[in-house]
Design a protein around this ligand. Structure first.
Ligand SMILES: [Zn+2]
Length: 71
């Protein structure tokens, strides 16, 4: 069930525990959560993008025929 209040009146406690940066293991910074710095965030992002781009594309021109089989 959902809680009635998400914030305790007069007391704002940080719900997020400090977790280590997934890139370098340092304590994460608030501004770059969950990373410790913008550099690590960029690193992770670039690696993620590189991984996507690294996916081999089917470069078979024979199968790239939109007219084929479309009567
Ligand atoms: Zn880091």
């Amino acid at each position: 069930m959902a809680e009635k209040t998400t914030r305790v009146s007069g007391k704002v406690a940080p719900l997020r525990k400090a977790r280590p940066c997934p890139e370098c293991g340092k304590p994460s910074a608030r501004d770059h959560y969950p990373f410790c710095s913008d550099r690590c965030r960029t690193l992770d992002l670039s690696r993620w993008l590189n991984g996507s781009y690294a996916i081999p594309v089917a470069d078979d021109e024979s199968s790239a025929d939109p007219e084929d089989g479309n009567a």
